[in-house]
Design a protein around this ligand. Structure first.
Ligand code: MRU
Length: 351
């Protein structure tokens, strides 16, 4: 299995996703500032992976702290959380992970500094293991929804590379294939960052899963020709009413799915569900550098001076979402109620 990110004795190690699919290289961050940079620059990306990277970044920053008393350590801790918290605004897993590290830190106040450092490292490692387990559980729930054969379309990369392993949307596909379903994946290229053609296609090819890459504007035609039986994507944040923020272009795919009578599934861990955000209009959407749109592989593709927009995500209203697959079970409309029930289940499990 690909090690998207891992804690090592020499720092936090990431597969460099900006170099895939042509180069499989690794970057080891030795400071929390370096971890913040790799999140911002998308060396690591995908909501669950961003969350665990943030937790490991916090643990690394605290490990390196020279503080010799609790109040200095607290000052350092707050600074580390602030810097990491300002990297990417949409994926709620980033803030979920920082909050969990804050809770761990707060629970250790009476302990000696070396024990606090050790506990934070362990907490981040636990989150890594929990993420893989959540993906496998999502796979078990979601596989039942996949067609027994035929094309399944996905957008962006919600696979092993976007998580600590196995993937959310691609985890559902993997589980269905493990159950013997004959699925052929259609991967949207996903302009402008090309997560579909560079990353989804790369990891599925590595696993020997039949995959066809299409450019984003081909999805409607493929649906019309009957090549797609279902759609499954990941999410960066799901509001309490079931509205889904995911990679730009997801909304278009969801509307097309509805037009063609195809089920549109979203697979995400419960940490992606933000019950404090009432609906999609409240989700902050990251605007990235225009250069991602204007240049392809370093070559300028648009005239100088032209206006460019580059929102990294869009919001799909819940009415287009057939079901939300989580590790705790499957939620369906009305989402307000089904997601709240999952929240209660999560709370009961954590007590
Ligand atoms: O900008 P990215 O590559 O971090 O965006 C990733 C996505 O939109 C994924 O679909 C989402 O994070 C779910 S990953 C399991």
């Amino acid at each position: 299995m690909i090690q998207t990110l891992e804690w090592t004795d020499s720092g936090v190690r990431f597969v460099d996703q900006t170099k895939l699919p042509t180069e499989e290289t690794y970057v080891t961050c030795q400071t929390y500032q370096e971890v913040a940079d790799v999140i911002r620059n998308m060396v690591v990306r995908g909501a669950p992976a961003i969350g665990v990277a943030a937790a490991m970044g916090v643990a690394l920053g605290v490990k390196n702290s020279q503080a010799s008393c609790m109040s200095d350590l607290k000052t350092d801790f707050d600074q580390i959380c602030n810097v990491i918290g300002q990297t990417r605004p949409t994926a709620v897993n980033l803030f979920w992970a920082i909050r969990r590290m804050r809770e761990k830190f707060a629970s250790m106040q009476a302990q000696a500094i070396p024990r606090i450092k050790e506990a934070l490292i362990k907490e981040a490692q636990r989150m890594h293991a929990e993420d893989i387990a959540a993906n496998e559980a999502m796979g078990r729930h979601g596989a039942t929804l996949m067609p027994s054969s035929g094309g399944v379309l996905t957008h962006c990369n919600a696979g092993a590379l976007a998580t600590c392993g196995y993937g959310t949307a691609l985890g559902v596909i993997r589980a269905a294939i493990e159950q013997g379903k004959k699925i052929h994946v259609y991967a949207d290229e996903t302009r402008p960052f090309l997560q579909g053609s560079r990353l989804t296609a790369w990891e599925l090819m590595k696993d020997g899963i039949p995959t066809t890459v299409i450019s984003d504007n081909m999805a409607g035609a493929m649906m019309r020709q009957g090549k797609i039986g279902a759609i499954v994507v990941g999410a960066d944040r799901i509001a309490a009413n079931g509205d889904v923020a995911n990679k730009i272009g997801t909304y278009t795919v969801a509307v097309l799915a509805k037009e063609h009578g195809l089920p549109f599934y979203v697979a995400a861990p419960f940490s992606t569900i933000d019950l404090n955000t009432p609906d999609g209009s409240q989700i902050p959407i990251e605007e990235r550098n225009a250069r991602e749109v204007t240049h392809i592989a370093g070559k300028q593709m648009v005239p100088d001076g032209v206006g460019v927009e580059n929102p990294a995500f869009d919001v799909t209203p819940s009415k287009y979402v057939t079901a939300i697959i989580t590790e705790l079970g499957i939620a369906r409309e009305p989402y307000q109620e089904s997601l709240r029930k999952l929240g209660e289940k999560q709370l009961a499990l954590s007590i």
